[in-house]
Ligand binder design. Structure first.
Ligand code: ARG
Length: 574
């Protein structure tokens, strides 16, 4: 499947190579004065010591763009301005209209990609950091699967370690049934805090907790049983949150820290055999090259504590090794907040020097910033507690319901509830994904729920409008033989946007910069809005009417696909 930019590169790259004697990037982008602009001649002219305009003219002559861009011309200091032939645009549009994938190819290099995301901690409420990881990770899963990769979803639950001593003791104190009830209904914070209070207040409880950790790590059956109760209740609770969010995580994707327990001793053995382990203050450490503290001293990655317990880093090392060696992943994505960068880099560096990440395997930290509240500080409740994720979602849905009731009072109650859910949850996800993930962003209901601007409701609404035109025309799918006529500037702009989808998908699949996909969808919806205002559809003469109906249908399908890849639902009415 071809699209305009690819077609232009195919023609221009060989022409450039001929002029330069070596391959040159034609450097093509959307233009101000033409559909596309090619800047390659500027740099090449400088390199060859020739006038860029002359270079551009040579390239143009060799590229023979007559059928594609009959008016291609040199402009300014040596740009090439390229307007696509309208008939050619029409056939390109007809091609994508006939393609269920809308012109986006499946990857020709499918691989096994492992996505580590969400990762909440047992018996603890999920916080907004986990929300970001879940939303970004889910979008990564969706786009990579859609490109044709095999995707392994991994929810690296914190289900092991020191806190379980006090959690299990507290559970035994209040009784299993009560503990299971509290945790599965989502009062995780209450349960955790009560355990914490007992731990802080009571020396005997502290002592019991410490003994309990040892028993847990030794696999004592009477300790493992209550541990299972806690973990199962938390898993059930997390699953309700995932269902609510509409993300693709299921219990089959839960591979908690405990999953790697059996492999920890052999990780230590391999590290030790490779001579990488050193003892420091009783703990077993790796000192990966290039990591130092503020004083310039080598920084340790502690893999086994002085009390003999393994920790977070040991588990992550076991996980990397297993994911590559046993599960065959060649690309590993860790969707984790930026504060864990150093930890991950030290783990990756250690794994690399152990040969656990052999080429062509790549590992990437898909990092993200904090979610901030109105005051510009990390999002918390007024009382200073961390906000419960479900409360956040409930509030978004409630606000969406009110907005929809105002906009379309005719919707029946069930439909309104459905639409409010899609809009409310969609707005939260879109608000997250439309921010550059590396930066912090401000959580603002009003902004993310606005029907104008770069928001989920705006895109969802643009799709509803295009569907309603089709509905009023009395057709479900337009005639597949229609070749769109691209005449008006608004039609041309919309056509170029529709045809640019493959590049965006390719870029986002590589970078996981989802704000590039949201920018694309926003530009598409904006182009559609202009088209909608300037180009009558139903009242147009028959040929034009069919052509415009096809453009409406393509817009609706592209928006639905783009939103779906972001994990956002697109309601048919709102
Ligand atoms: N449970 C961790 C946390 O809450 C996140 C786990 C991330 N994944 C990993 N492989 N370390 O911070």
């Amino acid at each position: 499947m071809v699209n305009p930019e690819k077609l232009l590169i195919e023609r221009l790259a060989p022409a450039f190579a001929q002029v330069a004697g070596t391959p040159v990037d034609p450097s093509i982008r959307r233009g101000r004065h033409a559909d596309f602009q090619c800047d390659g001649a500027l740099g090449l002219g400088r390199r060859l010591g020739r006038d860029a305009r002359e270079v551009a003219a040579d390239v143009l002559r060799l590229a023979r763009l007559g059928d594609l861009c009959p008016t291609a011309r040199v402009a300014g200091p040596g740009f090439i301005e390229l307007d696509l032939d309208p008939a050619r645009l029409g056939t390109l549009l007809a091609d994508i209209a006939a393609d269920p994938r809308l012109g986006v190819p499946r990857t020709d290099r499918p691989e096994t990609v492992l996505v580590d995301y969400s990762g909440p901690n047992t018996a603890k409420e999920m916080h907004v950091g986990h929300l970001r990881s879940t939303i970004i990770g889910d979008a990564a899963v969706r786009i990579l699967e859609w490109q044709g990769h095999t995707v392994l979803r991994r929810n690296h639950l914190g289900d092991w370690g020191t806190p379980f001593g006090m959690l299990i003791e507290h559970l035994l104190d209040i009784g299993e049934a009560e503990a299971a009830h509290e945790s599965s209904v989502g009062d995780l914070t209450g349960f955790y805090q009560a355990a914490r209070r007992a731990f802080d207040a009571d020396e005997a409880f502290r002592e019991r907790s410490r003994r309990r950790v040892v028993a847990l790590q030794a696999g004592d059956p009477s300790t493992l049983r209550p541990w299972h109760v806690l973990v199962a209740a938390s898993k059930a609770y997390f699953t309700t949150v995932y269902t609510r969010l509409g993300v693709r995580l299921t219990e089959d994707d839960f591979f908690g820290e405990s999953h790697y327990n059996d492999r920890l001793p052999s990780v230590i053995e391999e590290l030790s055999a490779a001579g990488l382990l050193r003892e420091s203050e009783g703990a077993q450490c790796v000192f990966p090259e290039g990591f130092t503290n503020r004083e310039g001293e080598p920084l340790p990655l502690i893999v086994r504590k002085s009390d003999g317990g393994f920790n977070y880093a040991a588990t992550d090392l076991a996980a990397v090794r297993q994911r590559v060696r046993e599960e065959g992943a060649t690309r590993l994505l860790y969707v984790i907040g930026a504060p864990q960068r150093e930890h991950l880099e030290m783990v990756f560096a250690t794994a690399r020097s152990m040969g656990w990440l052999p080429a062509p395997t790549r590992v990437e930290h898909v990092d993200f910033g904090y979610v901030l509240g109105d005051d510009g500080r990390i999002l918390r409740t007024r009382a200073g507690a961390s906000i419960k994720l479900v409360d956040l979602l409930d509030e978004a849905v409630a606000r969406a319901r009110a907005a929809i009731a105002g906009k379309n009072p005719d919707l029946d109650a069930d439909t309104r509830a459905e639409v409010a859910r899609a809009v409310g949850i969609g707005a939260v996800k879109y608000g997250d994904l439309s921010a550059d993930r590396r930066k912090d962003y401000r959580f603002d209901y009003d902004r993310m729920l606005a029907f104008d601007g770069n928001t989920a409701p705006y895109l969802q609404y643009a799709r509803v409008r295009s569907l309603s035109i089709l509905r009023r025309a009395g057709i479900e799918t337009p005639d597949p033989n229609v070749v769109p006529i691209v005449r008006e500037p608004a039609e041309r702009e919309l056509a170029l946007r529709l045809l640019a989808l493959p590049e965006v998908i390719e870029e986002v699949g590589a970078t996981l910069d989802f704000h590039r996909l949201t920018q694309y969808l926003f530009a598409l919806a904006t182009a559609f809005t202009t088209f909608f205002e300037r180009c009558p559809v139903l009242r147009a003469e028959p040929g034009i009417r069919d052509s415009r109906l096809t453009l409406c249908d393509l817009t609706a399908r592209t928006l639905a696909l783009g939103l779906d890849l972001l994990g956002i639902e697109a309601p048919d009415r709102m």
